[in-house]
Ligand binder design. Structure first.
Ligand code: SF4
Ligand code: SF4
Length: 484
């Protein structure tokens, strides 16, 4: 119909293969088809190159040898194995890709049906590291998939199913005592920083590497970790009269890892400074310090802990924001993304509150509320930015680049910028994932020196700093330093 009645083509620019081969002559006409055959014969007289593809005399080849695609998991069953997602995946050069993760799940299913227990076990064991451990569950694959498959959702569910009831209870206990956990982590970071200052800056890296051999889930210390930031700034905010007021939620990452380098302000002090210069009043609610965005639980598949934390967070923020009247600003983009997508984990009542809350990522805040108020600025020279994958998923990458262009003369967005593989804390557990994921971007950035290196998520900044050997910092610093 398409070819004969409408004089159309059977397909776009690719994908003839064997599937369309019986119809190529109908589409192009006998004369051109004959020329194609002669051309193929001239180039490949022994028919070694892709035999049967495009040129095929079998009129039924399109219904022969059809590859079975067994249904495996609802998250990925629509996959047609086209591979469009592969270039997005941070683990593509280390272990495997989203498409291949799905192919392996299908292969496992086929083995199970065949009763091939031996090979099933071998492949399942290999899938643990290649498929499960090194998936950053960042969901970037979904942004390139024509049928919206997020392989990370499958991996999260598999992680969930792998947890024992004891592990789930332990995670819930951590969630319920998160304030104490953050306090303990800050204490451990301080102790580690002291160890490094006494015994040498690589001491903690060596110690944690040794411990990881005994406890595989042990996070590794990196050279980017320093003593935790001083929180006195957010504990002592003075209330000024200002046109606008927002609630500032310092993420737990900022509270633990947000120290400034080389004597600079820490991340929270910088947020307050930027806001003050823009005449925006900031309030930091005291009741939220035992909470987090719940990404640490959701990415690892701890369902009960995730639900508990998501609901607790919304309850506290609902109260702090005066029942959704005040905007709530999150200083780490990946946390903002998690919060904006936590609705399905909430109770009915919290879902109603969630719908009324105005949650802003710091990039939205800086772009929409701060930038318009700052006319007199001193632009930075040449800067390079790392747009984190959460910005891509929130569709705010352009705002981030706009911000950088407003506060710097020249802005480079690396062609190879992509997910750094840090995924909250995955890079601390499997640093080889981050090293592999950041390499193409790092090689590009290292071609020259820049006046500043900026991003909007602390852990991604740490990964990029390690890869490029320069200090990546929050874009908050660019704004703060551009305005006196
Ligand atoms: S892009 Fe989507 S359909 Fe194509 S291989 Fe990847 S997951 Fe499958
Ligand atoms: S979620 Fe991320 S790491 Fe996992 S398969 Fe998709 S792109 Fe790769």
């Amino acid at each position: 119909l398409v070819v004969n009645k409408y004089d159309g083509a059977l397909k776009a620019e690719h994908g003839t293969g064997r599937n369309m081969a019986p119809f190529v002559e109908t589409e192009w006409g006998g004369e051109i088809y004959e020329l194609m055959k002669q051309l193929k014969q001239a180039i490949d007289p022994r028919n070694l190159l892709n035999p049967g593809v495009i040129i095929n005399e079998d009129k039924n080849v399109h219904i022969k040898d059809i590859k079975p695609l067994p249904t495996v998991e609802h998250e990925v069953d629509k996959c047609i194995e086209c591979g469009y997602c592969e270039h997005k995946c941070p683990s593509r050069n280390l272990t495997t890709t989203p498409r291949r993760r799905i192919v392996i799940r299908r292969e496992l299913k086929k083995m199970e049906i065949r009763g091939d227990k031996e090979n099933y076990k071998i492949l399942l064991d290999q899938f643990q590291y290649d498929g499960m451990d090194t998936c950053a569950v960042d969901g970037l694959c979904a942004t390139a998939c024509p049928v919206d498959i997020n392989t990370g959702e499958l991996i999260k569910r598999l992680r969930r199913e792998n947890h024992s009831p004891f592990a789930n209870k332990a995670a819930l206990l951590v969630a319920k005592n998160f304030g104490v956990v953050v306090w303990g982590a800050r204490f451990a970071l301080k102790a580690g920083a002291i160890m490094n200052s006494i015994f040498g800056k690589h001491t903690m890296t060596a110690i944690t590497k040794g411990m990881k051999k005994i406890v595989p889930d042990m996070p590794l210390w990196t050279d980017q970790i320093s003593s935790p930031p001083n929180l006195s700034a957010i504990n002592k905010i003075t209330v000024n009269q200002a046109d606008e007021k927002v609630i500032y939620y310092p993420s737990c990452i900022s509270r633990m890892l947000g120290s400034g380098v080389e004597g600079k302000k820490n991340l929270m002090e910088t947020f307050l400074s930027v806001s003050q210069k823009a005449g925006i009043q900031v309030e930091v609610p005291k009741n939220v310090f035992g909470t987090c965005c719940s990404q640490i639980f959701s990415s690892k598949g701890y369902n009960d802990a995730n639900k508990y934390m998501a609901n607790t967070f919304i309850e506290k923020i609902w109260e702090a924001s005066n029942q959704g009247i005040l905007k709530v600003v999150i200083d780490v983009s990946s946390c903002a993304y998690t919060i904006k997508n936590m609705r399905h984990h909430l109770t009915d009542e919290n879902q109603q509150h969630f719908d009324k809350l105005k949650i802003l990522d710091c990039v939205d805040y800086l772009h929409d509320m701060v930038m318009p108020k700052q006319q007199s600025i001193q632009k930075r020279g040449s800067v390079v930015v790392h747009p984190v994958c959460s910005l891509q998923k929130m569709n705010t990458q352009d705002k981030f680049v706009d911000l950088a262009r407003h506060y710097a003369e020249n802005v480079t967005v690396p062609v190879h910028s992509g997910c750094c593989g840090m995924a909250g804390d995955r890079g601390f557990l499997f640093p080889e994932l981050t090293t592999s994921a950041t390499m193409p971007e790092a090689l590009e950035v290292q071609q020259r020196k820049y006046d500043g290196y900026y991003s909007s998520t602390k852990t991604c900044e740490m990964a990029m700093s390690a890869a490029v050997n320069e200090n990546y910092e929050s874009i908050l610093y660019l704004l703060d330093e551009a305005v006196n």
